[in-house]
Write a protein that binds this ligand. Structure first.
Ligand SMILES: [Zn+2]
Length: 294
């Protein structure tokens, strides 16, 4: 493997850079080579995969969550044991559960992920607080739900390195476009990572961050309140959720397939609308239009 693909974070502990800068449908990952060979996520793309395979058998794959841009590559390591959080394991194992978690049931424009939807073994179900000891390197499981119910971050305590998965500091901001995503849980998870205050943060789509970590996580969380504010602005005049989707509030544009991104937008908007209703800031009219209290 060349240097571009691998960055040594600590002895026997590597950052694996994803193809195309780790942008969707790829993601960055980690590799531990301590006698036991461990991958954290497998969405780094075919060239990385081949290089990892050429360097020896992988014993364990830990998936930060069930999304295919993180777990798609699992199938290319058939002898590896798959570990994932207990709350995301069903969506990895079963295509039906995958649909139930994402909301894709009956959704015609679901893109055909290369390799298809999941249907794989999960050999070990992880829980919050577990210390996964691989000899030279140990990783602590930190349950950070919201993006998905069983999303985990992994913390290496000796050098204070945190892999935060899709709490990814991307300019887009947090993502919660699955029916089982949870806005409040996500806010709590980001807060927990701010309190952990790691020396180094590694994320699935933006890579290695070593400065201003708490501030950057706070800014990332603040996007959620900003979106609340933008939605409220739009609801001075009553609007249906379909009309709000047309406003492109969360996605600045809808890439192809547009139907899919509009679907994600609608789910995320729905979560903000629920929250704004709970806070007594908006109401629904009998014609299904949402309206801000003046
Ligand atoms: Zn994800």
């Amino acid at each position: 493997m060349n240097d571009e693909m691998l960055t040594e974070l600590r002895p026997n502990f590597f950052f694996v850079s994803g193809e195309q800068g780790g942008r969707f449908p790829f993601s960055h990952g980690l590799m531990l080579d301590t006698g036991c060979k461990v991958l954290v996520d497998t969405g780094f793309g075919p060239s990385r995969r081949e290089a990892v395979r050429a360097s020896g058998e992988v014993d364990v794959i830990i998936n930060t969550h069930f999304h295919m841009d993180h777990a798609y590559g699992n199938q290319f390591f058939p002898n590896a044991k798959i570990w994932a959080h207990v709350s995301d394991a069903p969506a990895l194992r079963s295509p039906e559960q995958f649909k139930a978690f994402t909301g894709f049931s009956g959704f015609r424009e679901f893109p055909d992920f290369p390799g298809g939807p999941p249907g794989q073994m999960v050999d070990r179900e992880l829980a919050d607080g577990e210390l996964l000891d691989f000899g030279d390197v140990a990783l602590q499981v930190i349950h950070t739900p919201g993006h998905t119910p069983g999303h985990i971050s992994l913390y290496e305590p000796k050098a204070s390195i945190l892999f935060s998965g899709d709490i990814d500091l991307s300019p887009f901001g947090p993502w919660y476009g699955n029916v089982r995503s949870d806005l409040e849980a996500l806010t709590g998870s980001i807060k927990r990572l701010i309190e952990l205050n790691p020396k180094v943060l590694v994320t699935s789509h933006t890579g290695i961050v070593s400065d201003n970590i708490p501030e950057r996580l706070r800014e990332y969380a603040d996007k959620l309140d900003l979106r609340d504010g933008q939605i409220l602005q739009h609801l001075h005049a009553p609007k249906t959720i379909a009309e709000l989707v047309d406003m492109k509030i969360i996605y600045p544009r809808y890439p192809e397939p547009q139907g899919l991104y509009r679907f994600f937008e609608e789910i995320m908007l729905g979560k903000h609308l629920q929250r704004l209703m709970k806070q007594g800031k908006i109401f629904v009219k009998p014609n299904h239009k949402y309206k801000a209290y003046a």
